[in-house]
Design a protein. Structure first.
Length: 470
C-alpha cells in the first residue's frame, strides 16, 4: 500500500442489521431512520472524464482492480448515462432534475450557480436524519457562499469549487481553490490523496448513531494531466504520453478507491453501505481518455460522450447482475431515496426511481423521453430510439437496441418519429446559458509546442476564491 490514510487504530464497529423494506410509500422519520433500524449508509463516488474504455471490467488495458472488484460484487449498468460535460451531470445528480431546464448546459461559469430555490439530494437526506458529507469537486457555484456545498445540504465540505485544480498547488485560474467549509486551506499533497484521506477519516470516525450520505467527487483523471506521486503500473507501451499519464492517474485513483472501500470493511459497515460509482461524462479524447467502440467523447451527445461506467454495490439488498434498462443521472436521487426508505413525491423529480430494476431480475421498462445535451447539440432518448440534433441542426436517428455504436442513421426511414422526438426539444425553456465562455481547461496546461506539461505547477496570482466570494 502506498498510503495509510489514518487507517491505524480503526476499531471494528458493530454489524448493521439488514436494511428495511425498499418502498417509499410511508414517511420515514428521523427516529426511524438510524443505524439501529438498518438505514443504509450511502457513498457516491464520481470520477471526472473517465471514459467507457478506461476501466478494466469494460475491457480497458488500464489496470483498475478495485473498480473491477466493485463491479463484480454489485450491479453494473449496461446503459448508464450522464450528460456530455461536468456541471450538467452534477446538477442532475444533486437535484434529480434535468439541468437543461435551468440553463446548465455546459461547464459552469464562475459567476453562475445552481438555482437556490432547488432542493438538493443531500438536503433531503438531512431532513430524513442523515449526516451528509461532501469530499471533492463541486462545480455548481462559487461566486456566492450561499451557493457552496456546505450551504446546499452538506454538513461538511472539503475540496474545491471550480471545474479543476492543479493537483499539487490546488490553484484554479490563479486563485487557491481548496477549502473546508468557510476556511481556505493551504495543504501540501496531491489532490487525489488528500480527498481519499478525508473520506477515510470520515469513515474512521463515524459513530454509527445515524447513517451517512457521502459524495466523494474526485477530479481524476480530468486535466491537468500531471505525473502522480507514485505510479504503480508501467504504461510506457501505451500509444501516447497523454494516454500513459492518464492511465497512471486512473490507476492511482482506483487504488485510492480501494482504500476507501477497505475503510468501510474495517469499520464493519460495508454490508449495509450503498456504493455508487460513475463518471461525470464520457472520456476526453484530447486528453488521453478512451471510449472504446462508442462514437464521440466529452462534449458530444453521441454515446461516447454520455454513456459512462456506472455500477452500484449494496451487499445487504442487491445481487450481482448487469442491468440492461437505461438509467440517467437524474434517476439517482429518487432511486437512492427509495433504497433508503425515505418518502418523496415522484413529481419532485424529472428522474424516476430505478430501484426495482437494480433489485429484480425482471426489469421494468419506463416509457419516457429524456433530453441530454449542451448548448450546441442535443439528444432525445425514447428507448431504444435516440434522436441527435447536432451543432449544425442536422438530425440523426438510431435504434440503440440494434445499433448501440450508432453506425446506421435511420432518420430518413422514420420521419414521424423524428418529428415526435423533435417536439420534446420545443419544451425546453429558452434561458441564458450558464456555461463557461473561456478556453477549455486542457488548453491551459500546454507547453510552447502545444503538448501537455506533465510537471506543471500553477502559481497563485490572485486571492483565494473563497475570500472573494460574496
Amino acid at each position: 500500500m502506498k498510503k495509510t490514510h489514518y487507517l491505524i487504530g480503526i476499531c471494528c464497529a458493530f454489524l448493521l442489521q439488514a436494511c428495511q423494506g425498499s418502498g417509499s410509500s410511508s414517511v420515514v422519520t428521523k427516529q426511524e431512520n438510524n443505524q439501529a433500524t438498518g438505514a443504509p449508509n450511502i457513498l457516491f463516488i464520481l470520477l471526472d472524464d473517465l471514459g467507457y474504455g478506461d476501466v478494466g471490467y469494460l475491457g480497458s488495458q488500464i489496470q483498475t482492480p478495485n473498480i473491477d472488484n466493485l463491479a463484480s460484487q454489485g450491479v453494473t449498468l449496461k446503459h448508464g448515462y450522464a450528460y456530455p460535460i461536468c456541471s450538467p451531470t452534477r446538477a442532475a445528480l444533486m437535484t434529480g432534475k434535468n439541468p437543461l431546464n435551468f440553463g446548465i448546459d455546459g461547464p459552469m461559469e464562475n459567476d453562475a450557480m445552481l438555482p437556490e430555490d432547488l432542493t438538493t439530494m443531500p438536503e433531503r437526506f438531512q431532513e430524513a436524519g442523515y449526516q451528509t458529507w461532501m469530499v471533492g469537486k463541486w462545480h455548481l457555484g462559487m461566486a456566492k457562499r450561499s451557493a457552496m456545498p456546505h450551504n446546499r445540504g452538506f454538513d461538511d465540505f472539503y475540496g474545491f469549487l471550480g471545474g479543476f485544480v492543479d493537483y499539487y498547488t490546488h490553484v484554479y485560474f490563479g486563485g487557491l481553490d481548496w477549502q473546508n467549509n468557510d476556511t481556505s486551506l493551504r495543504e501540501e499533497g496531491f489532490v487525489t490523496e488528500l480527498l481519499t484521506a478525508k473520506a477515510i477519516d470520515k469513515i474512521t470516525h463515524f459513530k454509527g448513531d445515524k447513517p451517512f450520505f457521502m459524495y466523494l467527487s474526485y477530479s481524476a483523471p480530468h486535466t491537468p494531466l500531471q505525473y502522480v506521486p507514485n505510479a504503480i503500473n508501467d504504461y510506457s507501451g501505451f500509444e501516447s504520453k497523454d494516454r500513459q499519464v492518464f492511465a497512471d492517474m486512473t490507476s492511482d485513483v482506483d487504488q485510492d478507491i480501494g482504500e476507501v472501500l477497505a475503510a468501510l470493511d474495517k469499520r464493519g459497515i460495508a454490508e449495509n453501505t450503498i456504493v455508487v460509482f460513475m463518471s461525470d461524462n464520457g472520456g476526453n479524447l484530447e486528453a488521453g481518455a478512451n471510449n472504446g467502440l462508442l462514437q464521440g467523447g466529452k462534449s458530444s451527445v453521441y454515446e461516447g460522450g454520455v454513456r459512462v461506467p456506472v455500477l452500484i454495490r449494496w451487499p445487504a439488498q442487491l445481487q450481482s447482475k448487469t442491468m440492461t434498462q437505461p438509467m440517467f443521472t437524474q434517476d439517482w436521487a429518487p432511486t437512492l431515496l427509495e433504497a433508503a426508505n425515505i418518502d418523496y413525491q415522484p413529481n419532485d423529480f424529472d428522474g424516476v426511481s430505478q430501484f426495482v430494476n437494480l433489485k429484480e431480475a425482471q426489469e421494468k421498462t419506463f416509457k419516457r423521453e429524456v433530453v441530454v445535451g449542451t448548448a450546441k447539440q442535443k439528444a432525445v432518448y425514447q428507448w431504444p430510439w435516440k434522436l441527435i440534433v447536432d451543432a449544425k441542426g442536422n438530425k440523426h436517428l438510431f435504434n440503440l437496441s440494434q445499433d448501440e455504436f450508432e453506425h446506421s442513421d435511420v432518420a430518413m426511414e422514420h420521419p414521424e418519429l423524428v418529428a415526435q422526438l423533435m417536439s420534446e426539444l420545443t419544451l425546453l425553456p429558452h434561458l441564458p446559458s450558464k456555461a463557461a465562455k473561456g478556453p477549455p481547461p486542457e488548453s491551459l496546461f500546454l507547453d510552447a509546442h502545444g503538448l501537455f506539461d506533465y510537471n506543471v505547477r500553477k502559481a497563485e496570482t490572485r486571492k483565494p476564491w473563497l475570500e472573494t466570494a460574496l
